[in-house]
Every structure is written in C-alpha cells, then in structure tokens.
Design a protein around this ligand. Structure first.
Ligand code: SF4
Length: 442
C-alpha cells in the first residue's frame, strides 16, 4: 500500500485543491497516513501572504537532515506556493522530488507514483498560464462532511497591483457549468448540505464563455439541485457585482444573504494605484443596491492599510468607509510586498511600525462596530447549520446563520452535527454569537 501525508497551508482554494488530490489518490489505491509512515509527504499552500511560505520553509528545514540522510519520504511541494518559490526550494533542498504548479494538479497522481520509483526531480511548475490539467474528481474526502467548497473558475486576470494570484494561478478560466453542477450533485450525495462556490472573482464567471451563461445563471442552476440546503459564494469583486446576482438571490431561497465585497481602500487615489477598477462612489452604489434588496444581509469586506503612498488622508478615507458601511466583519491586513507584483516596486513604501499602527487602529474600530452589530442580534432567532465543534470547548458546537455569523451552542452533542437548529441569541462577542437551542429543524 502506498501511503501519503498531505499538509495544507492557506486559503480555501488550496484546501479545495488538496481535497481533490486526496480523493484522487485514495481512489487510486493510496492510503493517507502521518508523516512518519508516509512514503510521500505533499505540501500545498497559498502564496498570497508570506505566512504559508514561512511555515513550509520552516517545516522543510526542521526535517531536512533526517529526510535528506534517509532518502525518504519522497517530498512534493505543490500549488501556488510551488509556482512562486519552487525554484528556491529546489535550490535549498535538492532532495525535494516533485514541484508542481496549481494548474498541473491533474498530472500529480502519476508524478507522485513515478517519484516513488526514483529518478530525477519532477518539475511540473506551470509553464503555460492558460493551460489547465484537471484532476477530474470531486473533493469528497474532506474534513467537514456537511460543507464543501466548489471551485468555479481558475486564475485571475485583474492584476491588482499588490496581488500575486495572476502570476501564480494563471489566466482566468471558468469551469464548464455541467462539470460544476455534477460535482455539486456528487457532494450532495455524500451528505453535504452547504455549498460555497469559490473563485478569485466569482462575479466574472462565464466572462470567457461565448453563450452568455453568467454567474447568476450558475447560481440559479446550483440552487435548484435537490439537497443543496444552502448556497454561498466567495469572493465577489465590486467592479463585477451586478443586479442579476441580487435577482438570483431574491428568487432562490437557498442562496444565502451573505456577501463578501472587498473594498481594500476608501481612497480613490489608492484604489487607482491598486488597479481595482472602481471608485468609492461605485462601491457605495453596489453596497446600497445589496442592502436595499437584502436589508438583513451579512456584508463582510477586506481592507489593506499602508499601501505604498497611502497618506494620512487616504488612510482616514478607509477609516471613514468602515464607519460608514459598518461591515459585519473585515479581513484587514497591513500591506506586505509580494515579489514580482507592481506594488512591490512602487515608491512610498511605508515603515512596518506605521503600517502596524494603522492596522491596530482599524482593527480596534472594526471590533467595536462588529460588537455593536452582534449585540443588536441578542434575543433574535436564527437557523444555523451545526458544522463542527467550537475551537475551545468539547461540549460546544458551532454553526453559522445564513448571514454567515458564527453561533456557539453550549451543550451540543456530536451526533447533532450536520443538523439545522433554531437558536435564540443570548450573548454577543465581536467575532461570534452565543445561542441556546429552541428546537431542531430536521
Ligand atoms: S481580483 Fe485582484 S486581489 Fe483578487 S485575485 Fe485577482 S488580482 Fe488578486
């Protein structure tokens, strides 16, 4: 029996890729194991920020002496992290036997089997940014039995100046609707109740088709599949979020009123430097459209502070935007230069201390806003899908509202996972709600 260990660091896109690879390997007779008994250890990770890269460097460094000396296990580094730093990894750890880019995932099962038989390092870094080698299996071997992500498009052509994705994940390519819908059906057949459609910019899904089939059509088709109790989507791009998406949400009860719309900056000058292709005015119009149609929708955002050249005036525009839009949650980050991107070479790079000061300020502000919003929900009732144990507390289950609020439920039992529960909110933190069970809904 060939054994593999899979170590995944990073975003949902990498988790999805890792789950499809796991499924493909298990289906072709491999067995999953821990590092010690694995014949092959596979790393996959996200290169959008440098955190995952640091983890992989440090893990390889920690094992280097033993793995090099014993000649086992076979080590593979895959995904966008390998596309970005695979060459450097091979330079420092020549005993790594496989490197593979995200668009070559379909070639991996054969490459891993071949690497077990010895021979030269197999270098499958993507050389054609438009080609894609599909792996052709649904990600049914996952950690969470009730929720699954489904990638609907690969790559990105937007070239935001701070972002490495277009360089490591290649050109935008929509998956065929039939393929996506079949995958959802297969996931539902294994007990999945909540599907999240995944892409760097889901709103531009279908822009590369000639038949006019667009994201809103995919939403409608996915929502109509029997057994899909909840349908979500991430990430939206403000320049491409159109009214037909709201129409689909309005018409299909299973599409959750929960939208992540990254603002990134409240300053038009910085948005232009970021190449985001929208202004604050346009962003405002989109948020107003969403909130007019869905007043109770959960709206989250992403914000970068300390982008090159960001003045105090620009920063204050972002602060004002947070106060004005009152998002439920904001993924904040201090700008960090990624080698190869346009912004990394821009003038006006800010010192780390200043970026951290700005980050701390917006985090404090946003924590307060989120807490106020969450406190206003105390006493209200929500349906949640119980999808796991809370990070701390074995007797506490967690689930999410359709608006994507985390709710912790004390006294839950493992056998209730995967069920919908009606809960009443009793307390609120800035990052979660606490609820008590009214009754199960199924
Ligand atoms: S839309 Fe911009 S930030 Fe998002 S993946 Fe594409 S280039 Fe990166």
């Amino acid at each position: 029996m060939k054994r593999f260990a899979l170590k995944t660091y990073g975003c949902q896109m990498n988790v999805y890729d890792a789950d499809t690879l796991r499924t493909a390997l298990l289906r072709s007779g491999w067995e999953e194991s821990d590092d010690d008994s694995a014949a092959v250890v596979i790393y996959t990770g996200c290169s959008i920020r440098d955190k995952a890269e640091h983890k992989i460097w440090s893990d390889l460094g920690r094992h280097a002496e033993t793995w090099k000396r014993s000649g086992r296990p076979v080590v593979a580094v895959t995904g966008c992290i390998a596309q970005n730093i695979g060459k450097d990894i091979l330079g420092r750890f020549p005993w790594v036997r496989v490197v593979s880019g995200p668009r070559s995932i379909g070639l991996l099962p054969d490459a891993l089997a071949q690497a077990l038989t010895g021979g030269e390092c197999i270098d499958l870094r993507d050389r054609d940014a438009s080609a894609y080698h599909a792996i052709g299996v649904p990600p049914v071997e996952r950690e969470n039995r009730w929720k699954a992500h489904v990638t609907i498009a690969h790559g990105c052509d937007n070239f935001c100046t701070y972002c490495i994705v277009p360089y490591v994940r290649g050109r935008f390519l929509s998956r065929a609707p039939r393929e996506i819908l079949d995958e959802i059906r297969q996931l539902v057949a294994t007990g999945v109740r909540e599907i999240t459609l995944l892409g760097q910019n889901v709103n531009s899904y279908g822009a590369d088709f000639s038949d006019g089939y667009r994201f809103s059509a995919l939403l409608r088709d996915a929502a109509s599949i029997a057994g899909v109790d909840r349908l979500r989507f991430v990430t939206s791009h403000p320049k491409d979020f159109t009214a037909d998406i709201c129409d689909a949400m309005d018409d299909c009860a299973t599409i959750c009123p929960s939208i992540n719309l990254p603002i990134q900056s409240g300053s038009d000058r910085i948005l232009a430097l970021m190449n985001r292709s929208y202004t604050l005015e346009r962003y405002t119009a989109t948020i107003e459209m969403i909130r007019d149609r869905f007043p109770d929708a959960g709206v989250t955002s992403d914000l970068i502070v300390g982008f090159p050249g960001e003045t105090e005036v620009d920063f204050n525009a972002s602060v004002d935007a947070l106060r004005r839009f009152r998002f439920d949650l904001v993924h904040t980050a201090a700008y960090s230069p990624r080698s190869g991107t346009v912004a990394a070479t821009m003038d006006g790079q800010l010192p780390e201390e200043e970026k951290n000061r700005r980050l701390n300020y917006v985090n404090d502000l946003q924590r307060g806003i989120a807490l106020e919003i969450n406190k206003s929900l105390v006493g209200k009732r929500f349906s949640i899908l119980l999808d796991g144990f809370a990070p701390r507390g074995e007797d506490t289950l967690q689930g999410r509202t359709d608006t994507d609020k985390v709710v912790l439920l004390r006294g839950g039992r493992g056998e209730d996972l995967g069920r919908f529960a009606l809960v009443e909110i009793s307390e609120a933190d800035h990052w979660c709600l606490h609820g008590s069970l009214i009754r199960f809904l199924d």
